[in-house]
Write a protein that binds this ligand. Structure first.
Ligand code: BES
Ligand code: MN
Ligand code: ZN
Length: 511
């Protein structure tokens, strides 16, 4: 989807469809919504829709008007944005996505979207509209033989001429990079296990690193032999049962002019299929476990965006890619494995494999010189039980890191909720034969999984994202298709950019 910015008065824009957001101002306007930004001609064109109550400004409500009076556009699409006082970039992203998904099946290939007013300013509005439209444009029907390409070809974002044009143009371009990177991640996650083996995931990462044409982004892939040579006993224990070889993907972004520190480590779980191994999963719903590489794919998408946005901060992206399969060579419950760090792990459940590959991935990131770590993983069903499919779980061993990440969430509009890492939970992962067990049992399962990872990050400031519940949309929404969500890409990018803009804060308040 091509995106362009114009400052023509909305009424004068010649387009297949002019989309606008209508906000509900409540009593103040006799309960009649109005278009944002308030535009006399647009409000007049929509006045009968508003007066009749056909358009109330209710969130996601979409009404089209053909040959709107006083406008050059062929159609006017009025999208409800809810209560004016609550309206922010979080909502406008969804408005733009809704517009794209409403128009696509009608065969409309280009449209214009009037960037709505919001307290955070017009650049933020433009940014959110572009991100939201790109997210809305993605559909996962890749292998349907009667697939019709319904994708939107062009969106024109309409902004007031009074704004800082350079800032608006920059916001649009950056948002395009971020939205496209999120969709790139979704493409990877959408692929089934037979079409996205660890080797194929590594090939896609390498190809991406070549395609962005940045001399500052490099990709290296370590194979099974190298993983064993590095003594990554936890990682290898997951891979040993599979005929498909594992891959440790290392993407290094070193921009010129970046300070020697911080070096951010982005570590992703890349299980391309999780059968559970010998502790095999029930077959009902097992097909979903193709998306168990969503954390890894998020890191590849984030590295793509960073190489294109070029913030001045060093970043290393690491993806631990493997299958988790049962076989005569597979690890067994009761086995003891030695991680790269030297810690011994008693395997209680071979289905708790994500933490095993990440244990070595996180430790390796530190060896490569990472001073700050962030990981993303579809790690536990327990996190889905705790937070449902709305919020991802966030864990942090450092409050300053968490504060930074919280700010990134505010910018990205992704929903995540902090969960605890109290030392008391450590009791739950003690082993009788080794240092730790790989499963703390049923209670607090998301926390004990995070506590397990914490053993391998030590004192390094670290954030862990459990995205099991939010990496896959179970249903179509008006603004996003059912299927891979691309969660975490936007937050990771904003988090890294925050480091480039504000330097490194003093670490504080470990947990
Ligand atoms: N990949 C799963 C977690 C998962 C569950 C992701 C649902 C997406 C949706 C993970 O490897 C797993 O199997 N975790 C186990 C851990 C348990 C054995 C300690 C779980 O959550 O049941
Ligand atoms: Mn598992
Ligand atoms: Zn898994």
């Amino acid at each position: 989807m091509k995106t362009t910015l114009i400052t023509t008065a909305p009424a004068l824009i010649e387009t297949e469809c002019l989309a606008v957001v209508a906000l509900d101002h409540g009593e103040k306007d006799n309960n009649q919504p109005s278009v944002s930004p308030n535009d006399e001609i647009l409000n007049k064109a929509a006045s009968e829709l508003f007066a009749s109550g056909e358009a109330k400004g209710k969130m996601f409500e979409a009404v089209t008007l053909h040959r709107p009076a006083g406008l050059k556009a062929k159609r006017l699409l009025v999208i409800g944005g809810g209560k004016a006082k609550n309206f922010s970039s979080y909502e406008s992203r969804k408005m733009a996505g809704t517009a794209v998904r409403f128009l696509k099946p009608k065969g409309i290939k280009s449209f214009a979207f009037v960037a709505p007013d919001m307290a955070s300013g017009m650049a933020d509005s433009v940014r959110s509209v572009v991100e939201g439209a790109l997210v809305g444009d993605f559909d996962p029907d890749t292998y349907k033989s009667d697939r019709k390409d319904l994708s939107m070809q062009e969106m024109t974002v309409v902004a007031p001429a009074s704004g800082d044009q350079k800032a608006l143009q920059a916001a649009l371009e950056q948002a395009r990079i971020i939205g496209e990177s999120q969709n790139f991640t979704r493409e990877l996650v959408n692929e089934p296990g037979n079409r996205m083996t660890p080797t194929m995931l590594a090939d896609r990462a390498k190809k991406m690193c070549e395609e962005v044409k940045s001399p500052h982004l490099k990709c290296e892939v370590l194979d099974g032999a190298k993983i064993r040579e590095l003594k990554m006993g936890a990682f290898w224990s997951v891979s040993q049962g599979s005929d498909e070889p594992p891959a440790l993907i290392v993407m290094t972004y070193t921009p010129p002019g970046a300070p020697a520190q911080p070096v951010l480590g982005l570590v992703g779980k890349g299980i391309t299929f999780d059968s559970g191994g010998i502790s095999i999963k029930p077959s009902d719903g097992m097909e979903k476990m193709k998306y168990d590489m969503a954390g890894g794919a998020a890191m590849i998408g984030a590295m793509r965006a960073l190489a294109l946005l070029q913030p001045k901060v060093k970043v290393i992206g690491i993806v631990c890619a493997s299958e988790n399969m049962p076989s005569g060579k597979a690890q067994k419950p009761g086995d003891v494995q030695i991680a790269m760090s030297g810690k011994s792990i008693e395997i209680i459940n071979t289905d708790a494999e994500g933490r095993l590959v990440l244990a070595d991935g996180l430790f390796y990131a530190r060896q490569l010189g990472c001073t700050h770590l962030i990981d993303a993983a579809t790690l536990t069903g327990a996190c889905v039980v705790a937070l449902g499919m709305i919020n991802a779980g966030v864990f942090a061993n450092d409050d300053a890191m968490y504060d930074r990440f919280r700010r990134a969430l505010d910018r990205s509009g992704e929903k995540m909720w902090r969960l605890p890492l109290d030392p008391e939970y450590q009791e739950m992962i003690k082993s009788g034969i080794a240092d730790i067990v790989n499963s703390g049992g049923r209670w607090g399962g998301a926390v004990t999984a995070a506590m397990f990872l914490k053993e391998f990050v030590d004192e390094t400031p670290w954030i862990h994202l459990d995205i099991a519940g939010v990496a896959w949309m179970e249903e179509n929404k008006s603004w996003i298709a059912k299927g891979p969500s691309g969660i975490a890409v936007r937050s990771l990018v904003e988090f890294v950019r925050g480091f480039a803009e504000n330097g490194v804060p003093a670490s504080s308040g470990r947990r």
